[in-house]
Design a protein around this ligand. Structure first.
Ligand SMILES: Nc1ncnc2c1ncn2[C@@H]1O[C@H](COP(=O)(O)OP(=O)(O)OP(=O)(O)O)[C@@H](O)[C@H]1O
Length: 225
């Protein structure tokens, strides 16, 4: 087994003084490459905060974080942006798709913007991913016309576009009916099995948690169990 990432003694406090909220309180966590893990815990326990830190979108107040052997705390903003684009994909509860753009444009656009151009290879990968998500007949539809489950599958394809080692998903099925939630979860499991992508999925849904190999529970800013 190879370590993908490790955080140790993470503390995160929002605000200061009387209004300070101490969210993470010495949290340590280790993820191996290829894990499919659920992130559980009561509302407000710090799951989104942890995902935001692991996604290198915010630094902790203190603590260490290494991913793929690199120090994420010492890295500057430009280095983090480059690292994130290459190695981390995100799926959120609210997919943030551009409604007037087609499914394919939504999948390809973010990486095209970063690369400064849209290549035929990128479009081919985008098409492949959308087919894999069961959206072959929706590739050129504006996403405004898609169902919630279909939109979320477009968002999964977008997260996978750059073949990231890690996908962080914050309640990816929170907005979906049972059938769509199950379908999205099955796709995540399939990508995990076939490509070895590591997933960390925050959820309040016991069925989604049970479909993961590992359950990580955050309580009072720490991992239990
Ligand atoms: N930007 C912020 N500024 C101040 N407080 C914040 C901020 N973001 C989160 N918090 C607080 O930090 C705590 C943890 O929030 P977080 O969103 O990480 O929890 P969560 O476990 O993801 O919750 P949920 O399951 O409800 O999504 C909450 O008390 C929240 O109000």
């Amino acid at each position: 087994m190879t370590t993908l990432l490790e955080v140790r003694d993470l503390f995160k406090t929002y605000g200061a003084g009387d209004t300070a909220t101490r969210v993470l309180r010495g949290l340590s966590l280790h993820l191996e490459e290829g894990e499919l893990a659920a992130l559980l815990g009561p509302s407000g326990s710090g799951k989104s905060t942890l995902l935001t830190i692991l996604g290198t979108l915010m630094k902790p107040t203190s603590g260490s974080y290494t991913m793929l052997g690199q120090d994420m705390i010492a890295a500057n903003d430009a280095e983090l942006t480059e690292f994130r684009n290459a190695h981390i994909g995100f799926v959120f509860q609210f997919h943030n798709l551009l409604p007037d753009f087609t499914a394919l444009e939504n999948v390809v656009f973010p990486s095209a913007v970063r690369a400064g151009r849209e290549t035929p290879a990128a479009r081919a990968r985008g098409r492949d991913l959308l087919k894999r998500m069961g959206l072959a007949d929706r590739i050129d539809y504006p996403t405004a016309n898609l169902s919630g489950g279909q939109k979320q599958r477009v968002a999964v394809a977008r997260a996978l576009m750059n073949s990231p080692e890690l996908v962080l998903a914050d309640e990816p099925t929170g907005n979906l009916d049972r059938a769509s939630a199950t379908q999205v979860m099955e796709l995540l499991s399939e990508i995990n099995r076939e490509e070895g992508t590591t997933f960390l999925i925050s959820t309040h849904d016991e069925k989604i948690a049970a479909a993961c190999q590992r359950q990580i529970v955050v309580v009072d800013g720490n991992v239990t169990g």
